[in-house]
Design a protein around this ligand. Structure first.
Ligand SMILES: [Zn+2]
Length: 362
């Protein structure tokens, strides 16, 4: 049965922007407090209820590089973006803005791509941090391996450090992304992953074993990555029990994400990618089914410009309108919201198309 408009509108608990505090902003210093205050008013005027703040950049994709807040932990300071206005203790402003957003009724989330860092810079604070490794010894371009102790430690530290600064202002959730394997259908072949694999399966991780045992490998990845997510969630919840941890994923089994183990990790919401391509929305039902029974807040890329080293096509108002048409047609019952990315990189026309589209669900 196709859901009616009136049924759909009750499902969207979360509608809002995801904003790169520095990522893809037009100036080195990133967002300014007056821009974010203006955005809060604009969001409320258009019925939005959700604000996700992305707190780091990597120059592989953009001119900005590093953390957009001033870390207190010594080991994280190597990756502070010295150009970012909010990353300087003397000009830091985000806590007050988060407070104002919460006062305005918005659900505020912090977002961290987790493990996507400038390799040379992050190693100054976490010397063992290493990129994921292929079986032939080549390395991934930008995703670090969660099995490497310094990578895990850094990912956990940045969550705790940003929450220690901002949770008290009213942060409700913390989104993370890249915990898992990002090398197609294989795994990471670094020493730490191979050791974990041997310890947990009694087998030796080789490219030959991977080719002959794809199903077993997938099962291991889902359980193993689920364990990493649980450890991470437990450690963050020990300090911040009220902050929900959400995972940005389409529950791609090859990456090691399954709704069963995500649930076991204590992660209550998944953020599936919904408009990485332009114009083909046929995978929306399938992606929502893959994350089920977990509720999903769709991650909707509405950026109007192409950017370097990441093959996501730019969007225009026609594509955005077609996306909302597809959402109105969806029969999935676990879609509870939409977040539009990246507010710092949308044209006036795309912004208008987003506001016009969400009016259908208000
Ligand atoms: Zn590894």
């Amino acid at each position: 049965m196709q859901l009616t408009h009136s049924v759909m509108k009750n499902k969207f608990q979360h509608l809002g922007w995801q904003v790169g505090l520095s990522y893809q902003t037009p100036r080195p210093e990133g967002k300014r407090p007056d821009e974010l205050r203006q955005l809060i008013h604009e969001m409320r005027d258009h019925g939005m209820s959700f604000l996700s703040l992305m707190l780091l950049s990597y120059s592989y994709f953009d001119d900005h590089d590093g953390y957009s807040w001033p870390p207190r932990r010594q080991s994280l300071r190597c990756y502070r973006d010295e150009h970012s206005l909010n990353a300087d203790e003397k000009t830091e402003f985000l806590g007050d803005v988060i407070h104002e957003a919460c006062q305005a009724g918005l659900h505020v989330q912090l977002m961290d791509t987790w493990g996507v860092w400038n390799p040379e810079r992050i190693r100054k604070g976490y010397p063992g941090a290493a990129l994921q490794e292929l079986s032939d010894g080549r390395f991934a371009d930008w995703v670090h391996c969660p099995d490497v102790p310094d990578v895990y430690r850094c990912g956990r530290d940045e969550m705790l450090d940003s929450l220690e600064r901002y949770a008290a202002f009213g942060v409700r959730s913390y989104g993370i992304e890249s915990v898992g394997y990002w090398l197609g259908t294989s795994s990471c072949f670094c020493r730490h992953t191979r050791e974990a694999f041997a310890r947990e399966t009694g087998e030796t991780l080789t490219s030959e074993w991977v080719q002959a045992n794809q199903v077993s490998l997938r099962q291991w990845k889902q359980e193993h990555v689920g364990g990493i997510l649980k450890r991470l969630a437990d450690e963050v919840h020990a300090e911040f029990p009220k902050v929900e941890i959400w995972l940005h994923s389409t529950c791609d089994q090859d990456r090691g994400h399954s709704s069963t183990f995500i649930q076991k990790a204590g992660i209550p919401v998944v953020i599936p990618y919904m408009m990485h391509t332009a114009g083909d929305f046929s995978d929306i039902p399938q992606n929502l089914c893959a994350v089920s029974p977990l509720p999903a807040v769709g991650h909707v890329c509405v950026r109007s410009q192409p950017f370097k080293n990441y093959p996501v096509p730019p969007k225009n108002p026609d594509v955005i309108k077609s996306f909302f048409d597809a959402i109105e047609r969806t029969e999935a019952d676990n879609l509870i919201g939409l977040m539009f990315f990246n507010e710092s990189c949308v044209s006036r026309e795309n912004r208008r198309a987003v506001y016009d589209g969400i009016r259908r669900f208000l």
